[in-house]
Design a protein around this ligand. Structure first.
Ligand code: 0PR
Length: 391
């Protein structure tokens, strides 16, 4: 570190140079990310509350109150205004907290297996490793949803929990959570739903008349849900969400702390010192946009997604993997390796996500039709240059 600091102008100038190579959501190249440019009002509110620390809620009791209200609003969106939980750092922390809770609630040396779909986000691998749990990965059906028969077959006396995904990372499909819920009730298992992405879409898709499978607390077997404001909620990072069905489940991971400056408290999150600004910015966005505001955003993203899907389907040698449930499109190729296509597209500057057999495009609010038109042109060119041929 330098002895004498630079002026603010010098630092800003240096930062400008050093960060020049970063992509920006506004330049139209980011088509594979689940994040977007945070809403400007959320940025303002975030900055206005930059010092709030929910790790010591006694110092910021009203921030803590707003966080509770935020969780209750998210709970209402997910059919349970009595849900308890927190605004956390993201989907990874939320998923870790869910499995940690399941473990403390019902786990033991013998009962330590968690059944997850093959499509589960890698945060579950991290969680299992941290918590000493064993993940059992179950195959998917022809629509890339978890195979219920295989889940049923896998359940045994060592099973602690089941995970269902409402909006998979790769394709945005929704597992048959209603059937998972029945199995959870029947076998007395903890059911966690990862709706990190889909939680901010499915309730609005339903209101817009799209097919939106049930996935939330209206299903009696669901114990907890991950829902991330920093994805489709338009809130700045770090804003994840973990919601538990009731206080009893929630309190399982609450740790008492007596020495805090703000007085005795409990912490039920993985991290201690944590952003109150993220919780307040989420509260502000829910109140500012309201259901109609979010519904309009989802409507625009979905309409653009369906337009894009038709375009993709009309091109030679490529197709969609599965009809999209939400604003995520999987593109597969025929007669040419998907990895080669992705490499060329990336060389042309496109920030797309690459899965083993498909490219993922996420039509987030920053994505415009003109970006997609340019992308489709490049995609066609790349396929041609690779000499695709019918197998
Ligand atoms: N659950 C699901 C279903 C997810 O898709 C993700 C992340 C998580 C949990 C974990 O969330 P955090 O990353 O907030 O901990 N999904 C995105 C993905 O893997 C994360 C992401 C976002 C990656 C933006 C890249 C990016 O540019 O695609």
């Amino acid at each position: 570190m330098r002895e004498i600091g630079l002026s603010k102008e010098e630092v800003i100038q240096e930062l400008r140079l050093r960060l020049e190579g970063d992509l920006s959501f506004t330049d139209g190249r980011i088509l594979g990310s689940m994040c977007t440019y945070p809403h400007e009002f959320a940025q303002l509110v975030f900055l206005m509350n930059i010092e709030k620390n929910l790790g010591d809620p006694g110092l910021f009791p009203q921030t803590a109150e707003l966080e509770k209200e935020t969780i209750s609003m998210l709970g209402e969106l997910l059919s349970n205004p009595n849900a308890c939980g927190h605004i956390v750092t993201g989907g990874t922390e939320a998923n870790i907290l869910a499995l940690w809770t399941a473990k403390r609630l019902r786990g033991n040396e013998f009962r330590n297996e968690v059944i997850v779909p093959e499509s589960a986000h890698f945060s579950f691998d991290k969680a299992a490793d941290l918590l000493g749990l064993k993940l059992v990965k179950v195959p998917l059906d022809s629509r890339f949803r978890v195979s219920i028969e295989d889940v049923e077959r896998t359940i045994n006396s060592r099973t602690l929990a089941i995970v269902g995904i409402a909006g998979t990372t790769g394709l945005g499909v929704v597992d048959p959570i209603d059937r998972l819920s029945e199995l959870a009730v029947e076998h007395d298992l903890y059911l966690h739903v990862d709706a990190a992405f889909g939680g901010f879409l499915l309730p609005f898709l339903k209101e817009l008349g799209y097919e939106a499978p049930k996935f939330d607390f209206s299903l009696e077997g669901v114990s907890s849900i991950t829902v991330d404001p920093h994805k489709m909620g338009l809130v700045p990072i770090p804003a994840g969400g973990i919601l538990f069905r009731n206080k009893e489940i929630y309190s399982t991971t609450a740790w008492r702390v007596s020495y805090m400056a703000g007085g005795e408290t409990t912490q039920a999150t993985l991290v201690g010192t944590r952003s109150g600004a993220a919780a307040i910015a989420t509260w502000a966005m829910l109140n500012h946009l309201g259901r109609k505001g979010y519904r309009d955003i989802v409507k625009r993203c979905m309409e653009l997604t369906l337009w894009f899907v038709e375009k993709v389907k009309s091109l030679d040698f490529i197709d969609i993997v599965v009809p999209p449930v939400m604003n995520i499109v999987g593109i597969k190729t025929e007669g040419v390796e998907i990895q080669a296509v992705a490499q060329k597209l990336r060389a042309k500057g496109w920030a797309i996500a690459l899965f083993p057999s498909h490219i993922r495009i996420v039509i987030m609010p920053h994505v415009r039709k003109s970006h997609l038109e340019k992308f489709l042109n490049d995609l066609q060119e790349v396929i041609k240059s690779l000499g695709a041929s019918k197998p």
